[in-house]
Design a protein around this ligand. Sequence first.
Ligand code: PGA
Length: 256
Amino acid sequence: MTRKKIIAGNWKMNATKDEAVTLVNGIIANYSDYNLSATKIVVVASPFPYIHYCSSMFSKFPNLIAAAQNCSEFEQGAYTGEVSAKIIASLDVNYVIIGHSERRQYFAETEEVLLNKIKQAQKQDLIPIFCCGESLETRESNAHFDFIKAQLENCIFHLTENEIKDIVIAYEPIWAIGTGKTATPEQAQEIHAFIRSEIAIKYSEEIATQISILYGGSVNAKNAAELFACNDIDGGLVGGASLKADEFATIIKAMN
Ligand code: PGA
């Protein structure tokens, strides 16, 4: 996969059906302002019940792509309530968020489980957006580099060269998620450069330069442009601000 600029919206557990329809229509209404291309894309991760609606609504809009927020670690069968990568892929959905800190925290997803999910996703040609990031306590004790390195080593660094090429990474410091407290461009750039250098050490410089690394954590219309201007920040994973079509459009336009 070539390195892309990506703005990914993560609706989390928000939007009733009517709200989802309004939001999708709002995203589409601004489409001509986005200037998307094969290397500049928008991904929208809605709750499961809407993923097929999103993929069919987006099908006429190139490079506007539906995503899932999670997938099962199992392939198929008797797993009540779970949604497999195979089901997701069959709905013309191309991306899946894996390892969001909320999944790790509230659903006890371990790195081993996350690796299984990534394998399931890749088996179906779904592109995983793998999330990593430290807590405030970890940052304040100055252990954030080691912590993130361990998150990479315990999960995606088990992938082969061919597999790692087809993932997107999102750095999301937990202290910045939904708090209105964004990492400064310098703080984010420092970690993105670190993640890229760890990929170069483990795999190669060539692979490291190919991987898109997104920043997530209170990205909004005001701070997006300066974050995206950093060399190693290839876009954003946007929660709260992706629920407002106009603000989301401003964030997408900040990629230019
Ligand atoms: P936020 O969420 O933009 O609301 O901070 C980001 C995320 O959790 O993906």
